[in-house]
Structures are given as structure tokens and as C-alpha cells.
Design a binder for this molecule. Structure first.
Ligand code: ATP
Ligand code: MG
Length: 463
């Protein structure tokens, strides 16, 4: 395989890559480098995607020009990276990344996010195109489209693998996973994204080597998690992580909660949430890491909450503590930034409020900045917990018709407890929320108002 410096050359008429599917910006860079006398190739995921019949989301270029030489060719060029210098050629919002052929490998993250990795990075050694090919991860990612003759150059058997829709690591799989354990996640992600299989030789070592991922930088794992779950193939990614025993290393507490959840409804809920995420992305609707992680960590949260409540902790205290603990533990593996973990927790904390119908609370809940996301989350829970249907109906109408309309006849002094989706009977769940003054008012109101505060009740909402 990598012993030969002579590539398999697939001529234009034998492959489907057309310049029509390459962005004009990428073509400018490819031609610009060629006209300046350098070799220039489209490389990596873009070639793979084009061969697989998909439109690439970005285009990377490989060349024998050094970054400084690339900058001399393009005025709209800036150099990035300290150790691994890369050239970015900027066309409005599109950036074409131009990398000089490199020998050896760093930790495999392309020198982009790895500087704070804490791991030793090798020096930036420029190399030949074949050295550049064999340092890549999968054969499908190591194909070069040459702008000079529109052929595809294959040093590692990648063309055949893409045609067979198969991911295969270059070289010895165990060695390559040890060099960079994140490649295990990349295998699952790319298989999910492309609908490719993972070659048996590359998939077999994964379960045993999965624990090595714990040594990867949490920030890098956060980035990788977004690529797994917020790129339109979240459900397939999750199933792949399960299949290859990677879930326990990425989301340890969720994996454990799913394992011990007898009915399986927590898993159903997570899969439902991920399908929903995929649907939103397909429809070009916004998705947020906060909501995604609210879904992914909900089983862990429910489990921790049940544990704390079984110890007799006040439900309100238990909720916040469960949320904090789950967030803290998960952060040791995946660096979920606070701007996402805080709204994630708010989504969870709002769930018990949906069973509270007292007028002031209804207005307050509706006015909460996280109401919409929390309501979407309630909708998700209701898919596996039909008993939440009445709550769902109430809050749907509260949004559509305004709270005053739905509050009529709803001023029930007894708030219902929160049935945490998927928890078995006996696994305690939270009830009410922690707001003592409001609770006191709630008990007085029905007596005074004769059971109805709906319609033209004079009190202005404290929204
Ligand atoms: P995507 O379509 O999701 O961007 P990609 O294959 O382009 O997939 P990138 O992370 O953009 O993924 O990486 C670009 C290229 O760099 C890859 O195609 C591969 O050749 C190489 N590469 C990326 N990560 C690694 C790694 N961990 N080890 C070795 N090579 C890698
Ligand atoms: Mg890419």
C-alpha cells in the first residue's frame, strides 16, 4: 500500500468528479497555484464526498508550495497556526484551506485544534504527496484530485474503498488508533454521515481501544461531538457509538443510565430527540448544543435525580444538585461551554413547572427566556410518557390562545408531580419548584378567587 510512490491514477472519464460541483473559490485557488507553477490538488473530505455523490461542505487544497509561497500567490490570504502553518485563502464567507504536503503526523487533529492538547506535537515537517497521503486517517480521505488533468491520484487504495462505500484506516488500525484515539469517533461519524460501512479490520479493535478516548482533549471532544450530533446524522451517529462500544467513554453517565433503565424508554426518548434534531437540520431550522446536550444527558440527569431523591433530599435541591453533578462529571470528558450548559440546565429545571397551573406561575413560565426550548423538550418527553399529554396540551394552548384563555377552570391548587420520562415506578422524581413565596400565594388564591382566576381576572401578570 504506502510502499509505492506511484499512485493509481483514475482519469477524468473514469470518475464522477466534475468542476461544476467544486466551489468557484476552490477552483480559483487550485488554478492560481497551478499557474504559479506549483502542484495543486483538491484533497480529503471534499474528494471523498464528491466521489460518493455528496456536495462537500468545505474544500481543502494540498500543494507543494509553502504557506509563505501560497501567500505570495493570493492577496486574500492569511497564515494560521503556530507549529503547523496553514494558509487560508478568504473569499467573503468562504475560506479555502491550503496545506503544504506534510510528512509524518501530528496527533491527527490537523494541527488546528490540537495546540492546547497537552500532547507532544511533532515539528512541522513538509513532505511529499505520498507522505501526505499516508499520514491521513482513512483511505477514503487520502485521495487527490489534480487540477492539471482532472484525474484522481490514489496512493492507498481509497478509490476502490469509496466505490465500495467502505472506511478503512491507512496502515495498522491499532497503531493508528493509539496515535490518535479520536479516529475511532471519526470512523463512526463518517460512517453515519456517508452511510459507509467500517471495514472489519478497522472496526474490530474499537471496543477494546475505546477507553483511550478518555485521554483526548475535552475541548476537541466537544467539537467532535457537535460534528457527530449536529450535522444531520445524529441518530445514525448515536447508534454507531452504541454498536462500537464508544458511548460509555463519550457519555459515561448517560450510557450507564440507559443500561439500567429497564423499560428502555430513556433510550427511546434520546433517539427521538436525535431524530428530531436531524429533521430540523434537514429543514434548515436552528439547532443548539444546549438542547442537544439536554437530550443527551437527560438519562444521566434523571438517574442522578432519582438517586438524590431516594436519599430524602428536598426535590428542588435535588434537581439543582443533580443538574450540577451531571454537568460537572460530563465536563471531565467533554468540555461543554457554560453558555450551553447553563441553558441546558434551565431546560431541565423548567420541566416540573409544566405541571403547575397556578396563574402567576403560568405567566412566569411562559415569560421564561428558555420557555420555548423547554416546551420542545416537554414535547419530546411526552412521546415516551403519554401521561404528559395533558400538560403538553395546556401549554400548547397557552401559547396559541394566551394564558388567560387556558387558565379558566385550571386553577387547581394541587400541582401534579413531575413524572420524569422513562423513570420506573419507585425511581423518585421531582415535584414542584423552589419558590417559597409563590407557593404560599398559590395556596391562598383558590380560596379567595372561588376556584377560577381565568377570563377577566384583574390581577396583572407578573411576567
Ligand atoms: P468532514 O466532511 O466532516 O469535514 P473531513 O474528512 O473533511 O470530514 P476534516 O476534519 O475536515 O474531516 O479533515 C480533513 C482531512 O484531514 C481528512 O479528510 C483527513 O484526510 C485528514 N484528517 C482529519 N483528521 C485526521 C486524523 N485524526 N488523523 C489523520 N488524518 C486526519
Ligand atoms: Mg473537512
Amino acid at each position: 500500500m504506502p510502499d509505492s510512490a506511484v499512485p493509481l491514477v483514475i482519469p477524468r472519464e473514469a470518475h464522477p468528479i466534475s468542476r461544476r460541483n467544486i466551489s468557484p473559490a476552490a477552483l480559483k485557488v487550485l488554478y492560481g497555484l497551478r499557474d504559479a507553477g506549483y502542484q495543486s490538488f483538491l484533497v480529503g473530505g471534499a474528494v471523498r464526498d464528491l466521489l460518493a455523490g455528496r456536495q462537500p461542505k468545505d474544500f481543502d487544497v494540498a500543494t507543494n508550495a509553502t504557506p509563505e509561497q501560497v501567500r505570495e500567490v493570493f492577496r486574500n490570504c492569511r497564515l494560521i497556526g503556530r507549529r503547523f502553518r496553514l494558509a487560508h485563502v478568504v473569499f467573503g464567507r468562504e475560506i479555502i484551506e491550503v496545506a503544504t504536503f506534510r510528512a509524518n503526523d501530528d496527533d491527527g487533529s490537523g494541527g488546528r485544534a490540537a495546540e492546547d492538547d497537552g500532547r507532544l506535537l511533532r515539528d512541522n515537517v513538509y513532505g511529499t504527496i505520498e507522505e501526505d497521503a499516508v499520514r491521513r486517517d482513512f483511505t477514503a480521505n487520502a485521495l487527490y484530485y489534480a487540477i492539471e488533468d482532472f484525474s484522481v491520484r490514489d496512493y492507498v487504495g481509497g478509490f476502490e474503498d469509496v466505490m465500495a462505500r467502505r472506511l478503512r484506516l491507512i496502515g495498522d488500525p491499532e497503531t493508528r488508533y493509539r496515535e490518535d484515539p479520536v479516529r475511532m469517533l471519526r470512523a463512526v461519524r463518517l460512517a453515519a454521515k456517508l452511510g459507509f460501512s467500517i471495514d472489519l479490520g478497522s472496526s474490530a479493535p474499537i471496543p477494546a481501544m475505546a477507553p483511550l478516548i478518555a485521554g483526548a482533549a475535552p475541548a476537541r471532544l466537544f467539537d467532535e461531538s457537535l460534528k457527530l450530533f449536529l450535522a444531520g446524522h445524529a441518530e445514525a451517529s448515536f447508534l454507531g457509538l452504541e454498536t462500537h462500544a464508544l458511548l460509555p467513554v463519550l457519555l459515561p453517565e448517560t450510557a450507564e443510565a440507559l443500561r439500567t433503565n429497564r423499560s428502555g424508554s430513556l433510550r427511546t426518548m434520546v433517539l427521538e430527540g436525535l431524530r428530531n434534531t436531524d429533521r430540523r437540520i434537514a429543514e434548515d431550522r436552528p439547532v443548539t448544543p444546549a438542547f442537544l446536550y439536554a437530550v443527551l444527558l437527560w438519562p444521566a440527569y434523571c438517574r442522578e435525580l432519582a438517586r438524590l431523591q431516594a436519599q430524602g433530599l428536598d426535590p428542588v435541591v435535588a434537581q439543582q444538585r443533580a443538574a450540577d453533578r451531571v454537568t460537572l462529571h460530563q465536563a471531565q470528558r467533554i468540555a461543554l461551554p457554560r453558555r450551553f450548559s447553563l441553558p441546558m440546565q434551565e431546560i431541565w429545571m423548567l420541566q416540573p413547572r409544566f405541571s403547575l397551573r397556578q396563574k402567576k406561575r403560568v405567566f412566569r413560565t411562559l415569560a421564561h427566556p428558555r420557555f420555548r426550548a423547554a416546551f420542545d423538550f416537554l414535547e419530546l418527553r411526552a412521546r415516551v410518557a403519554p401521561e404528559l399529554g395533558a400538560d403538553l396540551q395546556f401549554w400548547r394552548e397557552a401559547q396559541l390562545q394566551g394564558p388567560a384563555a387556558v387558565l379558566h377552570g385550571h386553577d387547581d391548587p394541587e400541582s401534579k408531580g413531575l413524572a420524569v420520562a422513562g423513570m420506573e415506578a419507585g425511581e423518585a422524581s421531582p415535584e414542584g419548584e423552589g419558590d417559597a413565596p409563590a407557593r404560599r400565594r398559590r395556596r391562598r388564591r383558590p380560596r379567595r378567587g372561588g376556584g377560577s382566576t381565568g377570563g377577566g381576572a384583574p390581577g396583572a401578570p407578573d411576567a
